[in-house]
Design a protein around this ligand. Structure first.
Ligand code: BES
Ligand code: MN
Ligand code: ZN
Length: 501
C-alpha cells in the first residue's frame, strides 16, 4: 500500500473517510457529502448506534449522487481531547476496515475539527503515520495466493489536506520512525533458520548507509574481553555468537555530551538449552531477540531522522541450544565484570547475555543512562499481560520519563518493585550469584535484581521486560498481527522529549 498526502481527492470512486466528533458533529467534508447525498449520512447515523465516539465507525455503502463506493464515518470523540495517538489509531482503524472490505483506494479527509488543539499539519501528518504503521505486512514466504494469503486489495491511501506541503514536512520524521519500527517487526518475524547471530549482525551493517557506525565482535574478541557469561549461553550452538555495537553521532561537534545507551537481548532462538523447554509454543522463541530487534530499529529511526544526540546501541546475539558442547546446570561462569555466576537453569539465559552486554556498554561508553530491553521472563506476562512492559529501574526521573513517553506513544510501561529482599533470592552457595531465584517466586523481579548487579555505580538504568509486548496474536489499530516493533516509538519519544538538541 502506498501512502501519499495531496490537496485533492485522487480516487473519487474509492472509500472516502470523514470524521465525526462527539455529539454527532460532522466535519466539513462530512457535511459536504451529507448535503450532496440528500442527507444520506445523517440518516445512516440516525439508523445506528453511531454517536461519533472515539473508536466508532459507520460504513455508508454506495450513497446516491456521489462517485464514492463508500463513505466511512469515523468517530473521534471529544475534539478538545484529541491526541496524536488518537489520530493515529483512527487512521490505522480506517486502513484496517478498508483492507477487510476490499476497495483499492481510500481518501482520508483531514479536516480541522472544531476545538482540536493539534496544529493542522501535525494532525494530518499523524493520520498518514497511523495509516502507514497499519499497512505493514510480512508476507515474503507466501509463494502463491490462496486461502492463507490474499494479495493486498488496498493499494493506495491519500490524506487529503489543504496544506499538503506543510503536512509532508511534518510527516517526514514520522515516516523515519515507522521505517525503524518496520525494521524491528521484520527482524522479530524472521524465522531462526534465517535470522541467527551472524545474519542478524549483517542486517545491522545495513544501517551504515544511514551513517551509523557498526562494529561486530565475534567469539574470539568476546573471549579476550572475558565475556564468559554471554559466551556460555552460545557455546552449545553451531552458530557463532556476536556482539554488535552501533553508534549514531548526531550531537553538534562542539558538544562532548556522553551518549545515551540501549542494550538488547538477542537470543535468536531459545530452546532453553539443557534445561529444555516443552515443545508446545516453542516456535515463539524465534522472537526471543525482540529486545535486540527494538534497539536495532531504534537506531534506524534515530539515524533516519538525524536525531541530534549521540546514541549507542549494543546487542548480544546468541542461539541457546542443547548439545554436547552446551552449558550444563551447575556450571559456574565468569562475566566480563569479574563477577561469577552459578548457572542453575540454562533457560534463564537472557540475563546471562545482558550481564556482559551491559557491563561492556557502561565500561566503554560511560553513558548518561543505559536502558536494556529483553523478552526476559514468562512471569512478566503473568503479571502484566500484553498491556504494559515491566519497568525496573534504579532511577525515579528516568522511570517517570519512560512512563510518560509510553502513554503518549501507546507503548506503555508499568514500574515494578525492586529491593534487597529480592536480591537475596539470587545468592549462590558456590559463586557470587545464581541465575534464578530460590523458590521460583517473583521471577521477573529476581531477573531484574540479577541485571542490576551489573550496573556500574549509580548509572541511571532501566530494564524493560518486553516478553508480553514484542509479538501480538491480535491486530491493534496501528499494529497488525506478528512482530509489533514495541520499543522503537517509546524510546524515540523519550530521546526526543528529553535528550536531544
Ligand atoms: N525467553 C524466555 C522468556 C519468555 C517467555 C519470552 C515467553 C517470551 C515469551 C526466557 O529466556 C526464559 O526462558 N525465562 C524463563 C526463566 C526461568 C527459567 C527462571 C521463564 O520465564 O520461564
Ligand atoms: Mn530462556
Ligand atoms: Zn529467552
Amino acid at each position: 500500500m502506498r501512502i501519499s498526502i495531496a490537496d485533492t481527492i485522487k480516487d473519487p470512486s474509492g472509500v472516502i473517510a470523514v470524521f465525526v466528533t462527539k455529539g454527532k458533529t460532522l466535519s466539513k467534508s462530512a457535511r459536504d457529502l451529507d448535503k450532496r447525498t440528500g442527507k444520506a449520512l445523517t440518516r445512516a447515523i440516525e439508523a445506528s448506534k453511531f454517536k461519533g465516539d472515539k473508536g466508532q465507525m459507520l460504513d455508508v455503502v454506495a450513497p446516491a449522487k456521489v462517485e464514492a463506493a463508500r463513505v466511512l464515518l469515523v468517530g473521534m470523540g471529544d475534539a478538545g481531547e484529541l491526541k496524536t495517538l488518537t489520530v493515529e489509531n483512527a487512521a490505522g482503524s480506517i486502513i484496517g476496515r478498508v483492507k477487510d472490505i476490499g476497495p483499492a483506494a481510500v481518501s482520508i479527509m483531514a479536516d480541522d475539527l472544531d476545538g482540536c488543539a493539534l496544529e493542522h499539519d501535525d494532525f494530518a501528518a499523524h493520520l498518514a503515520y497511523g495509516a502507514n504503521l497499519k499497512s505493514y505486512r510480512f508476507d515474503k514466504y507466501f509463494t502463491k495466493k490462496g486461502s492463507n494469503h490474499k494479495a493486498p486489495s488496498l493499494k493506495r491511501a491519500v490524506v487529503v489536506t489543504e496544506s499538503a506541503k506543510g503536512v509532508r514536512a511534518a510527516y517526514r520524521p514520522l515516516d523515519k520512525i515507522a521505517q525503524g519500527a518496520f525494521f524491528t517487526r521484520d527482524l522479530v518475524s524472521e524465522p531462526a533458520n534465517v535470522l541467527y547471530p551472524e545474519s542478524f549482525a549483517e542486517e545491522c551493517r545495513k544501517l551504515e548507509s544511514l551513517g551509523v557506525e557498526v562494529e561486530v565482535l565475534g567469539e574470539k574478541e568476546m573471549g579476550e574481553l572475558g565475556m564468559g557469561s554471554l559466551l556460555g549461553v552460545g557455546q552449545g550452538s553451531a552458530r557463532e555468537s556476536q556482539l554488535v555495537v552501533m553508534q549514531w553521532k548526531g550531537a553538534d561537534e562542539d558538544s562532548k555530551g556522553a551518549p545515551v545507551a540501549f542494550v538488547g537481548k538477542g537470543v535468536t532462538f531459545d530452546t532453553g538449552g539443557i534445561s529444555l523447554k516443552p515443545p508446545g509454543g516453542m516456535e515463539m522463541m524465534k522472537w526471543d531477540m525482540g529486545g535486540a530487534g527494538a534497539v536495532t530499529g531504534l537506531m534506524k529511526a534515530l539515524a533516519g531522522r538525524k536525531a541530534k544526540l549521540n546514541v549507542v546501541g549494543v546487542i548480544g546475539l546468541v542461539e541457546n541450544m542443547p548439545s554436547s558442547t552446551a552449558q550444563r546446570p551447575g556450571d559456574v561462569v565468569t562475566s566480563m565484570s569479574g563477577k561469577t555466576i552459578e548457572v542453575i537453569n540454562t533457560d534463564a539465559e537472557g540475563r546471562l547475555v545482558l550481564a556482559d552486554a551491559l557491563h561492556y556498554t557502561q565500561d566503554r561508553f560511560k553513558p548518561q543512562f543505559v536502558i536494556n530491553l529483553a523478552t526476559l521472563t514468562g512471569a512478566i506476562i503473568t503479571s502484566l499481560g500484553n498491556e504494559y512492559a515491566g519497568l525496573f529501574s534504579n532511577n525515579d526521573e528516568l522511570s517517570e520519563r519512560l512512563r510518560e513517553a509510553g502513554e503518549a506513544e501507546g507503548e506503555k510501561v508499568w514500574r515494578m518493585p525492586m529491593g534487597d529482599a529480592y536480591d537475596k533470592m539470587i545468592k549462590s552457595g558456590i559463586a557470587d550469584m545464581k541465575n534464578v531465584g530460590s523458590g521460583g517466586k517473583a521471577g521477573s523481579i529476581t531477573a531484574a535484581q540479577f541485571l542490576e548487579r551489573f550496573i556500574i555505580k549509580d548509572t541511571p538504568w532501566a530494564h524493560l521486560d518486553i516478553a508480553g509486548m514484542a509479538w501480538t496474536d491480535s491486530a491493534k489499530p496501528t499494529v497488525p498481527k506478528g512482530g509489533t516493533g514495541y520499543g522503537v516509538r517509546l524510546l524515540n519519544r523519550l530521546v526526543a522529549d528529553h535528550y536531544e538538541g
